[in-house]
Structure formats: structure tokens, C-alpha cells
Design a protein around this ligand. Structure first.
Ligand code: GLN
Length: 456
């Protein structure tokens, strides 16, 4: 390899005044060159990949953008990272995120907010905002993220790139720092549908180290990438759920989504209006279940086994000081919320009710898919990228960002965001949802949108 390393290019761009702050650590350029040389003839051919900082890597720290893990080095590597390196992908850096994945703007990072490459006064979305911004800025053509309630799809939409959240169980969570284990899935970003799909195929498949990973072979995309496969949607029925088009939906987003529906129709899909009546319960349900699981998962960060310790007198004072200093305000809010909904006397009213709502949301999807709907199409987000700082004082408003992405997470079905145009210079994403394990069908429809609308 000659010329400057991709790492040097990123460092130079990020070091300038208008850096995006997309990365929290960068690889050693010599390691990158060696990995590139070794990757000749492989599937990913030495391509540069960004990895969200909640995925364990050996060469670089894994911090989850939290002070409590500042400088932390994992003794093992996440399965997805091992697989991507095995396929000739080169990890060029760890990407910025909302602390432990909690947020929709990448402002909740101990290392400062990431900016949107389309407008640096705006957020890239979150929590995988660093990965989405790195792809949108052209630093890398693909990146890994994680999606618990929308953290791949929402930043993909706001940054104008492709983001895929696979079916729960499609990809191993081994080495993904747990936020809400029943919802967390590793997902992929790409400049193109093929890039995001190729990376997903590489990291997917059963892993004995994760009991929730399904006993299935890696995703086979050979029929749908590289221009192969049908470019029409003959024989497919695409459902358009009424609840995703509320009266107050931004008019431009509505218009672009409807235009994309017409593209799907022109490609041969039958379009059918459907209803998913429990959709508006998804955000309250998610914001009970995810914090409940987080409160338990994050109990391990106590300053004893790993991570940063803040000294205190007694053991409990040490815990308090460590967690008090090491965790940010949104993480503390979630832990308190989660502890409350799980506490005796409130458990059934909150956690139990949320579990029942989750089952009802899943049943909504089961019903439409059993009724002959092959795919669903919706807007990915209710708004385009908002200004940095606009929602930090109002957590509820921030949570409502997730209104269109949380239902699929609660049901465990695959979803992806594809650019469908722009408004006011900012990208808009359309969301495709498929039945469990039908990622390939979703990717096929994504290609139609990609060629019809072009890259945002
Ligand atoms: N924005 C959601 C949250 O704050 C989703 C985050 C995610 O998917 N990791 O919890």
C-alpha cells in the first residue's frame, strides 16, 4: 500500500475545526496496513470498517462512551469483530455513541457529541451516531452498530446511509456490551444496500458463545447483491401501516414516504393499507422494559471487577462514588427508572404490563404477515436531524424519536432504513420491516428504493 493510511486521513479530517467526532479511538496505521495486505482475495478485501465502541476489540479500548470504562481494554474479542476481521475487514477505529447505547442523538457521550456530516450544527442520530456519521462522511464504506430500539435505523436515516437491524438472534451478541439483552442486536451500516448487506452476511450466523443466537447458517445474500436477483417486486405485497402516518407527521417526510411507496408499486409490488393498532404503546413499553433490563445489566459496573474505580471509605461509599462519577445523567435516569419498575409493589403494574403490551405488538405483526403481507414500509423517523442541544433538556421528546423503530425491536423482526430523499438539505429515511428471518426479501425491496431514489 502506498499513500496515506485511511487512519491518517480520518485523523486529519477529525483534527480540523469542524471535525465530526465520529471516532473515540483510531487504529495504529501500521496495524491497518498489515491487515490490508493480509486481506487480499478475501470477501471484504481489506476494506475499512468502523466499529461501535460497545463491541469488544483486542487492539483498541472498549468504552461504551462512558467514563466508567474510560481506557478499558477487553480481554476478548466480540464474535462479530472476529468474523469481520476473518473476512478481510479492517477495523480502523471505534465509533462514538450515546453512553451504553442510551440515546437518539450521540450527545450522551463522555467524549462529546458527534456531528451530522450533512449539517454540523445538527445531530447524527443515535445511539450508533459515530458509525452512521463515519459512513456518511466517507471515512469508511461500512460500519457496525447496535440496535436496541432503533440505534442503527434512526442514525442511518438522519445521516442518509443504509442501516440494517437483523432479526433478533441472527447475529451473535457475544462481546456486545449488554444494554437490554432481550432487544439488543448488532446491525450494519453501508453507503449502499450491498455494503450493509455484505457486512451483515459476514457477521451473521450461529455462535455457541451466545445462547440467544439462532441455530442458523450465515445469511445467504448471494441472490440479491452485486446486481443479481430480480429488480422488480412482482408477487410481493407491501403493507403500509396507518399508525405510522399520524396526522402531525411532518408533511415533507409524509410526501417522500408516499413517493417511495409509489416506487415500490411501480416495481410491481401490491400495496395494501394495514393497521398495527398497538403501535402507539411501543415507546412507553420500550421505556419500561429497556431500562428494567439495563438496571440489572449495568449493576456489574461497580468499580470492583473492571473499569474505573473512584475511591471511597466503605465498600458502599466506593460503589456510590464510582457509579456517581463514572455514569452520565441519562444512564442514571434509566437505572433509576428500571429499578423502580422492577421494585416490589410496582412490578406487575409496570414491568408486567409492559411485557403484555410487548406480546400484543408482536401479535400485530404476526397477524399482518399471516394475512399475506410480505413486507411493511414506513418512515424511519418522525423528523430529520435536529439541532445539537434541541432535545437534551427534554428526555420525553428524545424518547419520541423512537416511535417508528421500537415496535420492530420489541417484536424481534428485522428492519432497515434506506435513504428516500431529502428535505431542507437533510436526508430522510424509509423503513422496511420484514417477517422474522426474511432479511433477504427486505434487501431486495431496498435495492428498488436505492435505484429509484438514489443516494441521499
Ligand atoms: N434511542 C433508544 C434509547 O435511547 C434506542 C437506543 C438503542 O437502540 N441502543 O434507548
Amino acid at each position: 500500500m502506498t499513500g496515506p493510511s485511511v487512519v491518517d486521513v480520518i485523523r486529519a479530517a477529525e483534527g480540523s475545526n469542524d471535525g465530526l467526532n465520529a471516532f473515540v479511538s483510531l487504529a495504529d496505521p501500521q496495524d491497518v496496513a498489515a491487515a490490508e495486505a493480509e486481506a487480499e482475495g478475501s470477501v471484504l478485501e481489506g476494506r475499512a470498517v468502523g466499529v461501535k465502541d460497545n463491541l469488544a476489540t483486542l487492539a483498541l479500548p472498549t468504552t461504551c462512551a462512558s467514563m466508567i470504562l474510560d481506557g478499558y481494554h477487553s480481554p476478548f474479542e466480540a464474535t462479530v469483530v472476529r468474523r469481520l476481521r476473518g473476512a478481510g475487514g479492517v477495523v480502523v477505529g471505534k465509533t462514538n455513541m450515546d453512553e451504553f447505547g442510551m440515546g437518539s442523538s450521540t450527545e450522551n457521550s463522555a467524549y462529546g457529541a458527534t456531528r451530522n456530516p450533512h449539517d454540523r450544527t445538527r445531530v447524527p442520530g443515535g445511539s450508533s451516531g459515530g458509525s452512521a456519521a463515519a459512513v456518511a462522511a466517507g471515512y469508511v464504506s461500512m460500519a457496525l452498530g447496535s440496535d436496541t430500539g432503533g440505534s442503527v435505523r434512526q442514525p442511518a436515516a438522519l445521516c442518509g446511509v443504509v442501516g440494517i437491524k437483523p432479526t433478533y438472534g441472527r447475529v451473535s451478541r457475544y462481546g456486545l456490551v449488554a444494554f437490554a439483552s432481550s432487544l439488543d442486536q448488532v446491525g450494519t451500516f453501508g453507503r449502499t444496500v450491498d455494503d450493509a448487506a455484505t457486512l451483515l452476511a459476514v457477521v451473521s450466523g450461529h455462535d455457541v458463545r451466545d445462547a440467544t443466537s439462532a441455530e442458523r447458517p450465515p445469511l445467504d445474500i448471494s441472490d440479491v447483491v452485486g446486481g443479481r436477483g430480480p429488480c422488480d417486486l412482482q408477487g410481493l405485497t407491501v403493507g403500509v401501516p396507518l399508525e405510522y402516518f399520524p396526522e402531525h407527521l411532518d408533511a415533507e417526510i409524509r410526501g417522500l414516504t408516499e413517493a417511495a411507496v409509489n416506487q415500490l408499486r411501480s416495481a410491481g409490488a401490491r400495496i395494501r393499507e394495514v393497521t398495527l393498532p398497538n403501535t402507539d404503546l411501543a415507546v412507553p413499553c420500550y421505556y419500561v422494559l429497556a431500562p428494567a433490563e439495563a438496571s440489572s445489566n449495568l449493576a456489574r459496573f461497580d468499580g470492583v471487577r473492571f473499569g474505573r474505580r473512584t475511591p471511597g471509605g466503605s465498600v458502599s461509599e466506593m460503589y456510590e462514588a464510582t457509579r456517581g462519577h463514572g455514569l452520565g445523567p441519562e444512564v442514571k435516569r434509566r437505572i433509576m427508572l428500571g429499578t423502580f419498575v422492577l421494585s416490589a409493589g410496582y412490578y406487575d403494574a409496570y414491568y408486567g404490563a409492559a411485557q403484555r403490551i410487548r406480546a400484543a405488538i408482536q401479535a400485530d405483526f404476526e397477524r399482518v404477515f399471516a394475512d399475506g403481507v410480505d413486507l411493511l414500509f414506513t418512515p424511519t423517523t418522525p423528523s430529520t436531524a435536529f439541532p445539537v442541544g434541541a432535545k437534551v433538556e427534554n428526555p420525553l421528546e428524545m424518547y419520541l424519536e423512537d416511535i417508528f423503530t421500537t415496535p420492530a425491536s420489541l417484536a424481534g423482526i428485522p428492519g432497515m432504513s434506506v435513504p428516500i430523499g431529502r428535505t431542507g438539505g437533510l436526508p430522510v429515511g424509509g423503513q422496511l420491516l420484514a417477517p422474522w428471518w426474511e432479511e433477504v426479501r427486505m434487501i431486495r425491496a431496498a435495492h428498488v428504493l436505492e435505484s429509484a431514489v438514489g443516494r441521499a
